[in-house]
Design a protein around this ligand. Structure first.
Ligand code: SF4
Ligand code: SF4
Length: 133
């Protein structure tokens, strides 16, 4: 076994397996001691220990571009709502009322799918500077 695969195996020391849906064992994270993990215990890339946790993390800090809606152009069609992978389009009484910037990662899908070009992506640093003025 190579050094790399040994390291990979030891990095999964806290991982347990759970019942299979497809005949294969499904990996399940045991992350109860995640606060004490060093880099060697994390899988490469981002770690999302279990599904349905997006609500608990403010992923808006990852954003490099910010969606800005032009309310004059928007007709509340909700296409951006269905397209947003982060459920960051805020809807109230059937109308789009804003964007949850605590969770929006700035992927730009909403701007791409909007049929009225009502959303433009703006550089996040620039948007923050404009907010400060
Ligand atoms: S897709 Fe565009 S027009 Fe439709 S609700 Fe979103 S911003 Fe408004
Ligand atoms: S930029 Fe991406 S994450 Fe943010 S509101 Fe638009 S679709 Fe959602």
């Amino acid at each position: 076994m190579s050094k790399t695969s040994k390291a990979a195996r030891s990095s999964r020391a806290g991982v347990k397996t759970a019942g299979p849906a497809t005949g294969k064992k499904k990996k399940k994270w045991d992350f109860r001691d995640i606060a004490t993990w060093g880099p060697e215990k994390h899988e490469p890339g981002a770690v999302i220990p279990e599904s349905g946790t997006a609500d608990q993390y403010e992923t808006g800090g990852w954003r490099t571009e910010r969606p800005i809606r032009d309310i004059e152009k928007c007709n509340d069609c909700m296409i951006c709502y269905w397209g947003c992978p982060d459920s960051s389009i805020v809807v109230k009484d059937g109308k789009m009322v804003g964007i949850d910037l605590n969770h929006c990662k700035g992927c730009g899908i909403c701007a791409e799918v909007c049929p009225r070009d009502a959303i433009e992506m703006e550089n996040e640093i620039q948007a923050r500077k404009e907010e400060e003025v």
